[in-house]
Design a protein around this ligand. Sequence first.
Ligand code: AMP
Length: 301
Amino acid sequence: MAVLVTGSVAIDSVTTPHGEAREVPGGSALYFSVAASFFAPVRVVAAVGEDFPKRFLRVFDDRAIDLTGLEFRRGSKTFRWTGRFDGDMNEAQTVDVDLNVLAEDAPRVPPPFADSESVFLANTHPTRQREVLTQVTSPRLVVCDSMNLWITTERESLVETLRKVHGVIINDAEARQLTKRMNLIDAGDGILDLGPRFVMIKKGEHGSLLVTADGAYALPAYPAKVVRDPTGAGDSFAGGVMGYLDQQGASDTQALRRAMVRGTVMASFTIEDFSARRLQELSRADIERRVGHYVEMLHVG
Ligand code: AMP
């Protein structure tokens, strides 16, 4: 089995109270694919421009990540995101965003990827998300993410995407913005009304929530002392979740809960350093050790 992801592969510049990283590898599909590749093979469908530094491809080296669907588009420019985190670093401030290739046609799904059983529509234009999804023949599990920019500028298109997915992984502010409901369980229910059968709401250092027709389930964050750059935490969470679900071949409520544990742990590694540096040096044993520690911590009485 394999997880197909479409989203952004970006040139990021990020400032946090712990320093700054200029023009480093980023993007929703990049963080997602590296995190998911520890659990299942990943197929990337994304486009970058002529300015994409070839050295960024090293992030994907020696991993179960198939880049056949990564298009180097002539005459186009790579998506660029400049952001900063201040104070408690719980919310990214977008300083500058150049959509570039994300505003153009969707990348093509290579024919050998059309049989993918799991699909993650990471953050990108919601119309691009659907254009990619229609090229996958009969996916078993389709999950999407979105963010403030698309909720503000492309709400109708986003609602159309939500009708076509089984699950949503989104952050707390976005869930509130999308549904105009302040209580997060209520907001989760509001998203279920739009079509999906489960919603995972990420709350940064406050953990995450799962909302399904069976009710709500909450997990704390992994207690992290080192937080240098939260960029990519959400996509790494999604990568851990989708990689694990694909590996297990299940997406019932129990499997979703166990998957959230993996998502939480992958996010906790990403925030320890800038860009995808920490993910790149991880081993499967490091992940299992932290999962063990986290599960032990959750056990009460
Ligand atoms: P997160 O996991 O939510 O922290 O996402 C971080 C990544 O999202 C960064 O590496 C950015 O390049 C990427 N990103 C930021 N804004 C957008 C957007 N509007 N569409 C797609 N990707 C984005």
